[in-house]
Ligand binder design. Structure first.
Ligand code: GLP
Length: 272
C-alpha cells in the first residue's frame, strides 16, 4: 500500500487527476481497448472531478475511449432526483467531458429486480475486461463504496442497509433531514473493488483521520472495510495533512520520506 500525504486537498486533487490521466494515456499507447475507470460520489472527489474537467477543456485528455462504473447508488431515488448518484455524476463530471453516454455505468437503484441487476453489473465489469483503476473515497467509519462496517471483505455488488451513522452523515445532502435519506443502497462489494487492477482512495479533512489510521495501520478487519486494501497489490491512498492527523508519528514520517518525490509543493497550485 502506498500513502501519499499532500499538503492540502487541492494538491490531492491535482495529483489524483494527473495520475488518472497518465493511466488513461498509458493504456491508449498500448491498446485500442477502452480504459475502465471506477468512480465514487461524495464531496471528497469533487475537486478531482473539477481538475479532470479543467484538464479535458485544456485539451490534455479525452474520455471517448473510457468506460466508467460507479460504486453505488441509493435505492428508491429516481435518476433525475437531485441527490441520486446518477444526477451527481452528470452534474459534477459527465456533462462536462466527452465521455460517450453508452460508456457510463451506474448501479440502478430503481431496478425492478434489483438482485439480477446487481449480478448483471458484475458481469458487465467482467465483460469489459475488469476495472483498470478504481477511484474511491472513504466514510468516517472506514467504509468504501457503501460497504459498511462488518461487510464481507469478499462481497460483490449487492443491496446494503445503511447504518445510522452513514445516514446521519449523508443527511447534509438532504437538507439535514435524516428521514429523507434512503436507508438502502446498491453498492459494489469490497471484492469488486479488490479485483480492480489498481485502487486509489482519497481522504481529506480531519474527520477522515480515524478511518485513514485504521485503514493503514490496523490489522485487516471487516470493521474498517477500507483496511482490506492492505491486501491489494496496487493501492494508493492519497490524503491531505488533516486526514493524516491520527497516524503514528513513525508511520507519518515513513510515508513522507518514501513518497517525498510524489508530494507536490504548494507552489504547484499556482503554476498549473
Ligand atoms: C458515501 C459514499 C462513499 C463515500 C463516502 C464519503 O457513503 N457511498 O462512496 O466515499 O460517502 O463521502 P464524502 O467524500 O462526502 O466524505
Amino acid at each position: 500500500m502506498r500513502l501519499l500525504i499532500q499538503e492540502n486537498s487541492d494538491l490531492v486533487a491535482k495529483w489524483t487527476a494527473d495520475h488518472i490521466i497518465n493511466r488513461i494515456k498509458e493504456k491508449a499507447a498500448q491498446t485500442d481497448k477502452p480504459f475502465v475507470l471506477g468512480l465514487p460520489t461524495g464531496s471528497t472527489p469533487l475537486k478531482t472531478y473539477q481538475e479532470l474537467i479543467r484538464r479535458h477543456k485544456a485539451g490534455h485528455i479525452s474520455f471517448k475511449n473510457v468506460i466508467t462504473f460507479n460504486m453505488d447508488e441509493y435505492i428508491g431515488l429516481p435518476n433525475d432526483h437531485e441527490q441520486s448518484y446518477h444526477h451527481f455524476m452528470n452534474e459534477h463530471l459527465f456533462s462536462h467531458i466527452d465521455i460517450l453516454p453508452e460508456n457510463i455505468n451506474i448501479p440502478d437503484g430503481m431496478a425492478e429486480d434489483i438482485w439480477t441487476a446487481c449480478e448483471e453489473y458484475e458481469n458487465k465489469i467482467t465483460e469489459v475486461g475488469g476495472i483498470d483503476l478504481f477511484l474511491g473515497g472513504v466514510g468516517e467509519d472506514g467504509h468504501i463504496a457503501f460497504n459498511e462496517p462488518f461487510s464481507s471483505l469478499s462481497s460483490r455488488t449487492r443491496v446494503k442497509t445503511l447504518t445510522d451513522d452513514t445516514i446521519r452523515v449523508n443527511a447534509r445532502f438532504f437538507g439535514g433531514d435524516v428521514s429523507k435519506v434512503p436507508t438502502t443502497a446498491v453498492t459494489v462489494g469490497v471484492g469488486t473493488v479488490m479485483d480492480a487492477k489498481e485502487v486509489m482512495i482519497l481522504a481529506t479533512g480531519a474527520k477522515k483521520a480515524r478511518a485513514v489510521a485504521a485503514g493503514v495501520e490496523s490489522p485487516i478487519s471487516h470493521k474498517w472495510t477500507v483496511s482490506a486494501l492492505q491486501n491489494h497489490p496496487h493501492c494508493i491512498i492519497v490524503i491531505d495533512e488533516p486526514a493524516a492527523g491520527e497516524l503514528r508519528v513513525n508511520t507519518y514520517k515513513y510515508f513522507k520520506d518514501i513518497e517525498k518525490n510524489n508530494i507536490l509543493p504548494i507552489s504547484f497550485i499556482d503554476s498549473h
